[in-house]
Design a protein around this ligand. Structure first.
Ligand code: SF4
Length: 218
């Protein structure tokens, strides 16, 4: 049923000209995963070159590294996650999407979350985090990563954690105790232990109807 609802949203997204990114994209990169099975929605920044070509999020080098970290933590990309981005079209030269672009695309992201109703949301990198939380200038990803917080999407509260973006890890190879790769592995284990292993806890987390104000699904 969730898959069917998301297919309706995907069809609306295909051909979207809601912002200027429509002029330069090759493909819409809507989302990846089994919406009926996914327990966690994973939100990255924006499609890159490989994703623009393939139409699949996190399919480039950063995505391959993410797959390795997920596998090491015992998280199944296919079974546990639904992966998407703050915007569904590639920004030219892989620049950060603007606030206007994120706002124009927000209805698709909200609909994905509304229909999946995940047990938790992972915010991958600063752009995803800032789409949900106002940050003061002193707060960095390094300070806030690994902490559970509550975010609200269309009136429903979700547990959420920010983690490093895997493209940052491509530039940081150290495996020292507090190095980004080590902390990424730690955060993914925490997510696995809290919302994939602890059945009682994650069953209690999210309540409410899987409705979305923008897209009807009956
Ligand atoms: S980024 Fe989102 S709003 Fe902009 S054209 Fe693509 S699908 Fe539409």
């Amino acid at each position: 049923m969730k898959e069917q609802c998301l297919e309706i949203v995907r069809q609306k997204c295909n051909g979207c000209k809601g912002c200027a990114l429509a002029n330069t994209r090759k493909n819409i990169v809507f989302g990846d995963g089994n919406a009926d099975k996914a327990k966690i929605v994973f939100i990255g920044e924006a499609p890159g070159e490989m994703e623009d070509e393939s139409g699949r999020p996190f399919s480039g080098r950063a995505g391959q590294l993410l797959d390795e970290f997920l596998a090491a933590a015992g998280i199944s990309r296919e079974e546990d996650l639904y992966i998407t981005n703050t915007v569904k079209c590639r920004p030219p030269e892989n620049r950060v999407p603007t606030d206007e672009e994120k706002e124009a695309c927000r209805k698709f992201l909200n609909a994905q979350i509304d229909f999946i109703k995940p047990r938790a949301i992972i915010l991958c990198g600063a752009t995803a985090l800032k789409s949900f939380v106002e940050l003061d200038k002193k707060t960095t990803i390094s300070k806030i990563r690994g902490q559970w917080m509550t975010i609200t999407v269309d009136g429903v509260e979700y547990p959420a954690m920010t983690i490093f973006h895997p493209s940052y890890l491509l530039r940081n190879h150290s495996l020292a105790e507090n190095a980004p790769r080590t902390l990424m592995a730690k955060d993914l284990r925490e997510i696995k232990n809290t919302y994939l292993n602890d059945v009682q806890r994650f069953n209690d987390v999210v309540t409410g109807n899987a409705d979305n104000k923008e897209f009807a699904c009956v």
